[in-house]
Design a protein around this ligand. Structure first.
Ligand SMILES: [Zn+2]
Length: 195
């Protein structure tokens, strides 16, 4: 358990340092096996993920009962609903990373670039805006992600999932890079050559 909690702390710090989250935004979680079923460790509400300590990570069960002190992220239900629907997922990273979120606020979709694995669909899946922290968002996000590993939340941000938290983190980094590359491509294509 200690090792898993430490991983949440490390991933929070990494994605903060890489600029995927800023201020107190973003939330991440990992699922581990407890004696009486699955336990989810999740980052707390209203705290920067840049420098968390072990006591900051809140443990909850799949019924949203809080098992430790502290208040979990306001998106805890979104994490729980995804874990319930996806037994293969053990790590979730939710960010408002600037380039991917820029796409989420625009009418442009993020293309799947080489590196997403087998490209089945040309663009990343999306769901319409629902209020952050709401049960509607938790429901729509857990349904919208289907069997994919990423979901764009329109006018909000991005969710990445993985078989462990490190995988979800790598995907979040990759998606932000992909969105950045596509943004640069759009910009270059929009300027006239000056010769
Ligand atoms: Zn959010």
């Amino acid at each position: 358990m200690k090792k898993n909690v430490q991983e949440i702390i490390n991933v929070g710090k990494n994605i903060y340092e890489k600029g995927l989250i800023s201020g107190k935004s973003g939330n991440i979680s990992a699922r581990f096996k407890g004696e009486n079923g699955d336990i989810i460790g999740i980052t707390p509400t209203l705290k920067s993920l840049s420098d968390l300590s072990e006591e900051d990570i809140v443990l909850v069960d799949l019924d949203a009962n809080t098992l430790t002190n502290g208040k979990p992220s306001s998106e805890v239900n979104m994490h729980i609903e995804i874990y319930k629907k996806r037994p293969d997922v053990n790590g979730i990273v939710h960010t408002h990373s600037p380039y991917a979120t820029g796409f989420a606020f625009s009418d442009k979709k993020i293309k799947r670039l080489e590196g997403f694995g087998a490209i089945k669909k040309p663009y990343l899946p999306e769901i319409d805006y629902e209020k952050p922290g709401s049960n509607e968002l938790a429901k729509k996000a857990s349904e919208g992600i289907g069997d994919d590993d990423v979901l764009v939340l329109k006018n909000h941000g991005v969710i990445c999932v993985g078989e462990n938290l490190k995988e979800a983190e790598s995907l979040a980094v990759f998606i932000e890079e992909s969105a950045k590359t596509q943004f640069i491509t759009y910009m270059l294509n929009s300027v006239e050559d000056i010769i």
